[in-house]
Design a protein around this ligand. Structure first.
Ligand SMILES: Cc1cc2nc3c(=O)[nH]c(=O)nc-3n(C[C@H](O)[C@H](O)[C@H](O)COP(=O)(O)O)c2cc1C
Length: 209
């Protein structure tokens, strides 16, 4: 593997103060809409959590952007769920390769209401609902057939019984206090614009690349 000579130059776009406003949600939305046209799964992002000084990152899917929060769904008993329970400070990362863009977000995560989680849970295909019930996410699974047998059992059971969302499955809403918008530029002289929460508004700045 010749990684040292693997080099990509970025030159398609720029990020200038005069072209953006003071609201990071508006810029996120504009970038997201563009990414959604060209990236396979623009709503996939990495979420890093930290429990007992052990940082852990994984990909999840953005399912809603409300007025002030980013929402994803998961199992509250999973590693990430327990991590957020013990330390709600999280970091999110979107990387949109075709646009040569990255967005870093830091914020605090909290569980969405049961009603909100229900609404999304029941909108999912039945197979996904059964999957969420069958998977004790992040617990050790000795053999795959154990999960497959459980899915068969539950699928038969739910032919005649109503499905109920497990209490340990639902949404997390992340309220951001920091955004960094990164636009790749030539010769590694990238643009980095940051927004930090400042009372009811946002303070905007620029970082060296
Ligand atoms: C593209 C992609 C999307 C994913 N979306 C989710 C998601 O929305 N929710 C989720 O719980 N896991 C999702 N996963 C799986 C997680 O990355 C992870 O494997 C799982 O949640 C267990 O993580 P944990 O043990 O750190 O809790 C996704 C994985 C990929 C690659």
């Amino acid at each position: 593997m010749d990684l040292k000579n693997q080099r990509q130059d970025y030159h398609t776009k720029v990020l200038l103060e005069e072209e953006i406003g003071m609201n990071p949600f508006e810029l996120f939305t504009a970038w997201f809409l563009e990414a959604n046209q060209v990236e396979a799964e623009a709503n996939a992002f990495t979420i890093a959590t930290s429990m007992n000084n052990r940082p852990q990152a994984r990909t999840v899917l953005l399912k809603e952007l409300t007025n002030d929060c980013f929402v994803f769904f998961t199992n509250y008993h999973s590693t990430k769920g327990r991590s957020i329970e013990s330390n709600p400070n999280v970091s999110m990362l979107f990387f949109w390769q075709k646009l040569e863009r990255q967005i870093r977000i830091e914020g605090v995560a909290s569980k969405t209401s049961a009603t909100y989680s229900d609404e999304y849970f029941y909108s999912r295909p039945i197979e996904s609902q059964i999957g969420a019930i069958a998977s004790t996410q992040s617990a050790e699974l000795n053999e795959r057939y154990v999960l497959e047998d459980r899915i068969k059992e539950l699928t038969a059971f739910y032919k005649t019984n109503p499905i109920i969302r497990p209490e340990n499955w639902g949404g997390f809403a992340i309220k951001p206090s920091y955004f960094e918008f990164w636009q790749g530029r030539a010769s590694r002289l990238h643009d980095r614009i940051v927004y930090e929460v400042n009372g009811d508004s946002w303070k905007r700045g620029r970082l060296y690349p």
